[in-house]
Design a protein around this ligand. Structure first.
Ligand code: SF4
Length: 295
């Protein structure tokens, strides 16, 4: 998608209304859909969840509504938001902060990230005045991973790539998700075939929690419209043609006509472009295909 970062806020607001209707507008235009900082009331009750019914209901709700429900029904201290500083992840932080929530945010610093990712990480901390807990790979696990081998072993085989992802991403994630009831993440259905049927809420037996994806039904253009309209910081690699951003040696820009996930591990022939952190029983957890993709 060609970005245009030079639009005025009025132009952008008009574009938002034209593209998405009144449900997808700036925070200022949205009124109580985006309550300002400090207006949030806590409620610690834990409900019995009918996930099929909830997913049906959430399909017609905005991301803000889903987040409001989440913070109304779970202990705030046990809700954690993961971010890898992708565009949608930072938009999610923006939405939460402007709902008056001080979210528990964590990231997994694999040690192989782009400098641009560290730059936007710093920008987010400064702009939103939030703490972001960083989880890094265990040095002993790294030593075992590279024992007698190349630091670029992920290029050698899918198995080696998955070993590297396991040590650098999955193990730190497991540590980050201790004492958590809800894992908030900004995955979207149109980020690749493996994410096509993503439910908005699903259980995770692997991590013993609920995963909630409030932006599951957002399209790429919804994300960028939100970012432009609300001056949300973004990783400058997007301006160079990157569609998703992960570790530097394993991510490249995407060419015209290529799928979003083709910028990851492009040397592999397999269609499965996942690092393992969102996999349950071999697949991205799903309930049943969603019917409506509404913002
Ligand atoms: S994306 Fe690449 S460098 Fe990062 S953890 Fe996976 S294999 Fe290792």
């Amino acid at each position: 998608m060609q970005q245009n970062y030079g639009q005025s806020s009025l132009e952008q607001a008009l574009v938002n209304v034209m593209l998405f209707g009144p449900l997808f507008v700036t925070r200022e235009m949205a009124g109580d859909k985006f309550p300002r900082r400090g207006t949030w009331e806590r409620n610690r009750t834990m409900p019995d969840l009918d996930l099929e019914k909830l997913n049906e209901e959430f399909e017609s709700k905005s991301a803000t509504d889903v987040l409001r429900w989440t913070y109304d029904n779970f202990d705030h201290d046990r809700i954690k938001l993961s971010t890898s500083f992708g565009a949608e992840g930072i938009a999610l932080i923006d939405i939460l902060v402007n709902m008056g929530i001080n979210p528990n945010i964590f990231t997994v610093d694999t040690g192989r990230l782009f400098q641009e990712t560290y730059d936007v990480w710093a920008e987010v901390v400064e702009k939103y005045d939030v703490k972001i807990v960083s989880h890094s790979p265990d040095p002993e696990e790294l030593r075992k991973l590279y024992e007698g081998g190349s630091p670029n072993l992920f290029y050698d085989s899918v198995e080696n790539r998955k070993r590297c992802c396991y040590v650098r991403k999955v193990l730190p994630l497991k540590s980050a998700l201790k004492d958590t009831d809800v894992w908030l993440s900004s995955l979207r259905r149109t980020q690749g075939d493996s994410r096509r049927d993503l439910p908005i809420i699903s259980p995770s037996s692997q991590y013993d929690l609920y995963k909630i994806y409030p932006m599951a039904n957002w399209l790429e253009q919804n994300v960028w419209t939100y970012i432009r309209a609300n001056s949300v910081p973004y990783d400058k690699l997007y301006d160079q043609g990157f569609k998703t951003i992960g570790c530097a040696p394993c991510t490249r820009p995407v060419r015209m006509g290529e799928s979003v996930r083709s910028g990851r591990w492009w040397w592999e022939e397999t269609e499965e472009k996942e690092c393992g952190i969102h996999i349950e029983d071999g697949v991205i957890m799903r309930t049943k295909p969603a019917k409506n993709y509404q913002i």
